[in-house]
Write a protein that binds this ligand. Structure first.
Ligand code: MN
Length: 191
């Protein structure tokens, strides 16, 4: 079995003007696709492990490519053409319980996304004792730290440089204002 590049959950221009079709063409069409191709090049014929099983047992280039396949699929699903706003339901309650308020969550998530030095990711995670914010470098991801991913933003420069140049703060604010997919986060939280 080989690992496949999942289809984007929306059209390549659906996140515009916040994330352009040009960014998607590189970020999904080149970067994400390359991680999939690199990963498949490293797997033995007949390897029938799931992507998660590969990640849990890997290090080095195999870990980096497998984890980046997972991270990007989760990132695309963490955004929606009609995203933004605040979550309700159990996730909204859990965020209020863990952070005190949605605004405090927003401040902590933004801080993590801003202060991840160099390439990496900021996450909302559930470690079994409640929700918290995590930031990871390069391909690192919550599942290898005994935490479940609920939401992520990619803060590698390739995620925002075409549309925002060096303005990571504007990209992060736009993600929270206009793109964040709380429906998917609620599904991940309850999974
Ligand atoms: Mn990326």
């Amino acid at each position: 079995m080989s690992i496949e590049l999942p289809a984007l959950p929306y059209a390549d221009d659906a996140l515009a003007p916040h994330i352009s079709a040009e960014t998607i063409s590189f970020h999904y069409g080149k970067h994400h696709a390359a991680y999939v191709n690199n990963l498949n090049g490293m797997l033995e014929d007949g390897d029938d492990r799931s992507l998660e099983q590969i990640i849990e047992g890997a290090d080095g280039a195999l870990f980096n490519n497998a984890a980046q396949v997972w991270n990007h699929t989760f990132y695309w699903n963490s955004m929606s053409p009609d995203g933004g706003g605040e979550p309700g339901g159990e996730l909204g309650d859990a965020i209020a319980g863990a952070f005190g308020s949605f605004d405090s969550f927003r401040t902590e998530f933004t801080q993590a996304a801003m202060t991840q030095f160099g390439s990496g990711w900021a996450w909302l995670v559930d470690d079994g004792s409640g929700l918290s914010i995590m930031k990871t470098a390069n391909a690192d991801l919550p599942m290898v730290h005994s935490a479940k991913a609920v939401l992520t933003i990619d803060v590698w420069e390739h995620a925002y440089y075409i549309d925002y140049r060096n303005a990571r703060p504007t990209y992060v604010a736009t993600f929270l204002d206009s793109l964040v997919n709380w429906d998917h986060a609620a599904l991940a939280f309850s999974a």
